[in-house]
Design a protein around this ligand. Structure first.
Ligand code: CTP
Ligand code: CA
Length: 222
């Protein structure tokens, strides 16, 4: 397709994107988090907006800025806050792309005051599971809505990815490859494969995240 056709190809589409890490509070000054930079999700948001979509970007704590006027950004901190925003926005959306690295667990107790050091004993944290945002959206998904997830696997990657498609009722899953040095968290580049719910797989070479975003959109919404 030509550049100009592509540019408006997502007009009238409302696309929800989750991005970045979540922070799970331990006390007023500490959290459990992860290394997600948000770059992949923000690149997807910019790409969708450039193609004419109205984007709702639900972002965990990141140091990135959005520039496109068609991106409405909702900043959240915890998985629970991200869940609330996503479940509220999804019914009005045509597509959801779940790019966030959501913490699977949070501390059971969140202290109101700073936890104090005890010199003589260690500290054991009790964690409780967070809600699975992807699975929750998969449950309420309508036939005309599209749900796209991400997966980062270290072993049995394709088998695990297919299990996630089924469990979360996804239409596509984007598999992040850890095989390459320049791929994944904190990098400007990424190497992915897109797998659909029939198990068809398409591999892409290592590219910068802007180009990866184009590939993902072409492959799933193109
Ligand atoms: N996801 C989500 N909410 C969660 C956990 C994951 O929406 N609480 C989404 C991610 O954004 C991603 C997909 O589900 O699109 C797969 O995430 P992943 O962490 O790979 O899957 P899990 O089901 O958490 O399995 P595990 O971490 O054990 O591999
Ligand atoms: Ca997980």
């Amino acid at each position: 397709r030509s550049y100009f056709e592509k540019q408006e190809s997502l007009s009238k589409k409302k696309i929800l994107i989750t991005a970045g890490p979540t922070y799970e509070k331990l006390d007023p000054v500490r959290f459990i988090g992860n290394y997600s930079s948000g770059k992949m999700g923000f690149a997807l948001a910019e790409e969708c907006a450039q193609r004419g979509a109205e984007v709702i970007l639900i972002s965990g704590p990141v140091s990135l800025k959005v520039s496109h006027p068609n991106i409405r950004r909702i900043d959240v901190e915890s998985a629970e806050e991200m869940y609330q925003a996503a479940i509220t926005e999804f019914p009005q959306s045509d597509v959801a792309i779940l790019c966030a690295a959501v913490a699977d667990y949070r501390p059971k107790e969140q202290a109101d005051t700073k936890l104090k050091r005890t010199d003589d004993t260690g500290l054991t944290l009790e964690l409780v599971p967070n809600k699975d945002i992807a699975a929750a959206l998969g449950k309420v998904k309508q036939p005309e809505q599209l749900l796209i997830g991400f997966a980062l696997e270290t072993n049995n990657e394709e088998q695990n990815a297919l299990k996630k498609i089924e469990k979360k009722n996804l239409d596509y899953i984007v598999l992040n490859s850890l095989q390459d040095k320049g791929a994944g968290f904190q990098h400007d580049t990424n190497k992915i494969a897109v797998i659909d719910k029939q198990g068809n797989r398409r591999n892409f070479p290592l590219k910068d995240k802007k180009a990866v975003a184009k590939d993902i959109i072409d492959q799933t919404l193109g």
